[in-house]
Ligand binder design. Sequence first.
Ligand code: HEM
Length: 535
Amino acid sequence: MGHDAARDRKDEQLDRDRVVDDDQALTTQQGVRVDHTDDSLTAGERGPTLMEDFHVREKITHFDHERIPERVVHARGAGAYGLFQAYDDWLAEYTTARFLTDPAETTPVFLRFSTVAGSRGSSDTVRDVRGFAVKFYTGEGNYDLVGNNFPVFFIQDGAKFPDFVHAVKPEPRNEIPQAASAHDTLWDFVSLQPETLHAIMWLMSDRALPRSYRMMQGFGVHTFRLVDANGRGTFVKFHWKPTLGTHSLVWDEVQKVAGADPDFNRRDLWDAIESGNFPEWELGVQLVPEEDEHAFDFDLLDATKLIPEEQVPVRPVGKMTLNRNPDNFFAETEQVAFHTANVVPGIDFTNDPLLQARNFSYLDTQLIRLGGPNFSQIPVNRPVAEVHNDQRDGYGQHRIHTSATSYNKNSISVNAPMPGCPGAFTHYTEKVEGAKIRKRSESFKDFYSQATLFWNSMTEVEAEHIVAAFRFELGKVHDRDIRARVVDHLRHVDLDLATRVAAGIGVPAPTEAGRPNHGRTSPALSQLTDPVTGV
Ligand code: HEM
C-alpha cells in the first residue's frame, strides 16, 4: 500500500487486488513453488535447453508480452488517488450530480497528469500542454473530467485531431524532434490553421512550463451541461485552482532540469504525497443559463475560446485532495482509462464538435491499448458503484456472471433498464434540426480576439518570455515561408508581438496590424532575450 492515508471506498475495493510478493516463496503462475530460477534446464551441463523447462519458458514468455502500446497522446504521466468533497449544496439548483452537491459525501478520485507530445520515456519539463484527468468514483458511477492545464484547445473540430497530432509528434522519417513545439511540421500546421493561435499563445507562455503538477490549474475546456431534477440544462465550464497557486519554471531552468532530472514533476508529486504534504485543488464552475447561449461574441461550443472571468465569475464548488500514491505504476497509472463520455446523472454534453469526437475516440483507443472490451474491470478503472448488465465474455473477462440469461427483454431474471427510476441517466432533451453539412459555423471564425486578450493580459516579463519562446521555436523552422506565415498571423494578434518575433527569426517586420489592438505598449527591442543564447 502507498501512504497511510484515510481509507476510502476505492482504497478498500483495491485491497482485493493487492498482492504482497515480499518474503514469499517464488512460484509459477500456476502456484507451483520454484526451486531454482537462474539456470535453464539443459541436457548436460553444457547442452541445449530443454522444451520441458516450463518455468523458464513461462518466465520469458511473460516478459516478452510485458509491453502494451503507449497512449497515442499523453503517453507520459504520473497519477495519484485522493478525495473530492463539495463545500455545500448550492449547485443542487443546477445539477442532480450528488458528488457535486452533497457536502456529506466524500468521493474517491484518481488523477493522472501528463505531457501530451512526448513518448512514455520523455522528459517532464518540456514546453507542452499538461493533461489533468480526474476520475471520480461516485456512488452513481464513474465520472471523468478529462482536462488540460490550458483552458482552450488548438482546434475546433475533432476531425482535425489526427492531423494536429501528426504535426505535433516527431517527423515520421526520423522521429525527430521529440520536443513538443520546435519543428517545421507543427508550425506549418499552425500557419495554415489560424484557429490554433489562441492555444499557441498559451503554449508559448510560461503556462507551458509548470514548476510542479501541484501548482497547475486544470480546465475541463469544453462547455458542458449541468442538468437539474426537472431536466433543465445550464452551460458549465469546469476549473481546478491549486491551493499552492500557479507557478512556472523559466526556459533556462526547464532545459537544465530536463537533463538533470527527467522525472522532475513526477518525483515532486510522489515525494509530496509520501511526506504527507497533500496537494489540493478547488473545483469551480462558470455557469451560463441556456437563454444566454448567444450572448457572447464567441461561440460557447468553440473549444478555442474561454469565457472571460470578468463576464462570468468562477464559483467555488468543492475541494480535491490527493493523498495516496499508487502501489504499481503500470497497474494503475498506465492502465487507467479516462473517457469524456463517462458521465453521471446531472452532467451532460454539448454539441461542441471537439467534445463529440472525443466521446468516440477514448473508448475506441482503449479497446486496443488495454486489450479488449473488459478494461473497465481493471482495478483502477472499476467503479465503486455496482455494475450489472448483459455484456458478456471477451478477452480479459474477470467476472463470473452467474445469471441464466444475458438479454433484454427478459422474463426469467431481472436486470433491465428502469425508465424514470431514481438515479438513472437520462440524456438531456435538446431540439436539434438542420441539413447534413460539412461546414463550420461562422460563429467559430474569429481566431484572433482571445489570443489578443491573452497577450494583453501579460505582464512585461511574461510578454518577453512569449516573444523569446516564439523566437526560439520558430528559429528552428527551416522553411522561411512558414516563419513568415506565422508572423503574419501574429500581426492579427498584435503588431508589436509580430514585430518583436520577426526581428528574432530573420523575416521582414510586418508593416501594419492585421487588426487594431491598443492594449499593450512595447519595450525597446534591445531589452529582449536573445533566442539563441537565451540571455
Ligand atoms: C488522452 C485531454 C482532445 C483523443 C488525453 C488525456 C488527456 C486529454 C488529459 C490523457 C488521459 C490520461 O491521463 O490517461 C484532452 C483535452 C482535449 C483533448 C483537454 C481538448 C479539449 C482530444 C481529441 C481527441 C483526443 C479531440 C480525439 C478526437 C485522445 C486519445 C487519448 C487522449 C486517443 C489517449 C487515451 C488513452 O490511450 O487512454 N486527452 N484531449 N483528445 N486524448 Fe485527448
